[in-house]
Design a protein around this ligand. Structure first.
Ligand SMILES: NC(=O)c1ccc[n+]([C@@H]2O[C@H](COP(=O)([O-])OP(=O)(O)OC[C@H]3O[C@@H](n4cnc5c(N)ncnc54)[C@H](O)[C@@H]3O)[C@@H](O)[C@H]2O)c1
Length: 283
């Protein structure tokens, strides 16, 4: 549906648009001929991103709307401003945060992560979808998940839960749009390790294993244009074949009745290594 959405023109609305993959996505949608609405927390980064995209947008709409996506009223205001400016061709619910969490500690961080990463996406879907469906025009909805919401590695359970929820929400949304015969497709965008603002806070220079935001967004748009729902982006460490092996192993925990997160269980270390190594033979 992406090609039809672009062809019809209109607006791309992107949250988390002031930095990282959101900012590059805005630039790519503007280059594809769409007007753009940038949503992010208020601040200089949002104004700078607005200036950057305006420079390549000619006379097309460029609107920056300071928005905290965890605030339902703020997202409703974003939708009102966007629909007042034009038809929505692309809705990309991308804003997200990482904060440390653990299972028996840091409940405040759990609340904030879920509020931003899950409710931020849900607020976007609820504020925009009724009017997008009523418009009856081709459009796409992109929600940004994470491999941590699919293979759920140990380390940050709050982040994993938020991103697993985004996966489930987006799967259901894709199904319902299909059932409703709406000319709108939903897509789950899953970046690999990407050197963005989120990572720069810990690593002052780009690790070799990371992709740039440009690499990740270009891959995602290419796959979305081909109609993929699950868009798992590789990086310099993890190929698509390796991702598939990891996903297969994770769901295999249920099918094979293995312990939870057996990939990180010492008794399964060799078996997992052998399973993952099969990816090398498939590349
Ligand atoms: N970078 C990676 O390796 C990676 C991997 C998997 C998933 N992701 C996901 O990609 C998405 C984009 O992150 P990024 O890596 O580009 O990081 P980033 O920090 O560069 O960009 C995130 C943007 O979201 C904004 N934001 C945060 N909280 C917000 C809120 N409450 N309301 C509105 N905007 C808010 C930030 O201000 C920032 O501009 C996130 O959902 C993140 O979880 C990133």
């Amino acid at each position: 549906m992406y090609a039809q959405a672009i062809e019809k023109g209109g607006l791309a609305v992107v949250t988390g648009a002031a930095s990282g993959v959101g900012k590059v996505a805005v630039l790519r949608f503007a280059e594809a001929g769409l007007g753009v609405v940038l949503a992010d927390l208020p601040g200089e980064a949002l104004s700078a991103a607005e200036d950057e995209v305006r420079a390549l947008s000619g006379d097309r709409t460029v609107l920056a709307v300071p928005t905290d996506v965890s605030d339902q009223n703020a997202v409703a205001n974003l939708a009102d401003k966007a629909f007042a400016a034009g038809e929505v061709a692309v809705l990309m619910n991308n804003a997200g945060i990482g904060m440390p969490t653990s299972n028996w500690d840091k409940i405040d961080n759990w609340h904030r992560i879920i509020e931003v990463n899950l409710f931020g996406v849900l607020n976007g879907v609820q504020a925009f979808l009724p009017r997008m469906i009523a418009a009856g025009r081709p459009a796409v909805v992109v929600n940004t998940g994470s491999k941590q919401g699919i293979t759920t590695p140990p380390g940050n359970p709050g982040y994993n839960v938020s991103k697993a929820a985004v996966k489930v929400l987006t799967e259901g949304l894709a199904h319902e749009l299909r059932e409703a015969r709406a000319p709108i497709t939903a897509h789950l965008f899953v970046p690999g390790f990407t050197y963005t603002g989120m990572i720069q806070r810990f690593a002052p220079t780009k690790p070799d294993s990371a992709w740039t935001s440009e690499q990740t967004v270009d891959y995602f748009i290419e796959r979305m244009a081909k109609g993929d729902f699950y868009i798992l982006c590789p990086d310099n460490d993890v190929s698509s074949q390796r991702d598939r092996k990891r996903v297969e192993w994770a769901i295999g925990d249920i099918i094979e009745n293995r312990p939870a997160l057996s990939r990180w269980h010492p008794d399964y270390a060799e078996k997992f290594a052998a399973h993952e190594a099969e990816a090398m033979n498939q590349s």
